[in-house]
Design a protein. Structure first.
Length: 301
């Protein structure tokens, strides 16, 4: 078993900030490619392409991926939830903005914080840390209500927002499934391959069933978006994320990823011209407070 560090150090923080920036940009890239690449096809391509890269990487480094080690049930469960998560994200982006989607996806830390004490008692949060999560959740819930009262994107914005919430819950549940099964001690490459390969196959089947064809030609923007999602996000950033999951507390890692909506909001406004509403700004401020409170070191006794 790999020894898990009790707190986030400088390496973890720097890695997380980089991942959060890339994940915020990922929603923008996916949204930009949607006019040419349908949502389920786009999700399937990124998963299958990422799985191929992980397999080649592992082959080059001599990392065993197919030995029997009891990770199969957990891998299939994590892969299925990963597929459902990204189906929600890509379909939801048709109805809501990338900046709103990225805020709702990051409800996942609340799911992790609520579930982790049942898996690892050492990761139980204090009352102050729980208060930080509640404050962040309240801000996100207030922003979600805007989809019903004053939709900034369109009358069906609430559908995209709801799918974003579902994706956040699924991401948190996937994190818990990994920690609760033998995947928690498996190599990062194997954990990631399970999710990408299983989700890729499931999403490809769903894409084929949808009957929406891919265009004969893609623009440079669409190709660039797909390449970014496959190589940088699905392969490199997720590999780093699962390495962090093996070495640091899952609750603290998950709470820190709430930085991603900040990057998503800024990048969505800068690159796609998406509206920045007061409610979204308040939600992000609440999220920032949650990050600070959840990651405060415990008082010495």
């Amino acid at each position: 078993m790999t020894e898990r560090k009790p707190h986030l150090d400088a390496v973890a923080v720097a890695s997380l900030v980089g991942c959060c920036f890339l994940w915020g940009l990922n929603q923008v890239a996916a949204k930009a490619a949607l006019p040419e690449v349908p949502p389920l096809q786009q999700a399937a391509i990124r998963s299958l392409g990422g799985a191929l890269l992980v397999w080649l990487w592992s082959l080059a480094r001599g990392i065993p991926l197919f030995e029997r080690d009891g990770t199969g049930p957990g891998g299939l469960l994590a892969g299925a939830m990963f597929a459902a998560e990204f189906a929600c994200i890509f379909v939801g982006l048709q109805f809501t903005s990338a900046s709103r989607m990225v805020v709702f996806i990051y409800l996942s830390p609340f799911v992790v914080a609520l579930g982790m004490p049942f898996i690892a008692r050492s990761e139980r949060l204090s009352a102050l840390q729980l208060g930080g999560l509640v404050a962040a959740f309240a801000g996100v819930a207030w922003a979600f209500a805007e989809g019903f009262t004053r939709p900034a994107v369109g009358a069906q914005q609430w559908i995209g927002d709801a799918l974003g919430v579902a994706a956040g819950v699924l991401w948190g549940a996937t994190t818990l499934a990994i920690r609760a099964t033998r995947l928690g001690s498996a190599a990062a490459e194997k954990t990631l391959l399970y999710q990408l390969a299983v989700s890729g196959v499931m999403l490809a089947v769903a894409a084929a069933a949808s009957g929406t064809p891919l265009p004969a030609r893609l623009s440079v923007l669409a190709w660039s978006s797909l390449a970014f999602q496959i190589v940088v996000v699905s392969f490199a950033s997720y590999l780093l994320w699962f390495w962090l999951m093996r070495h640091y507390p899952a609750t603290r890692l998950a709470s820190f990823t709430l930085l991603t909506p900040v990057f998503g909001l800024l990048l969505g406004a800068a690159l796609l011209g998406e509206p920045v509403t007061a409610r979204l700004v308040v939600a992000l401020l609440a999220v920032a407070c949650g990050i600070v409170l959840v990651n405060r070191p415990p008082r010495p006794r």
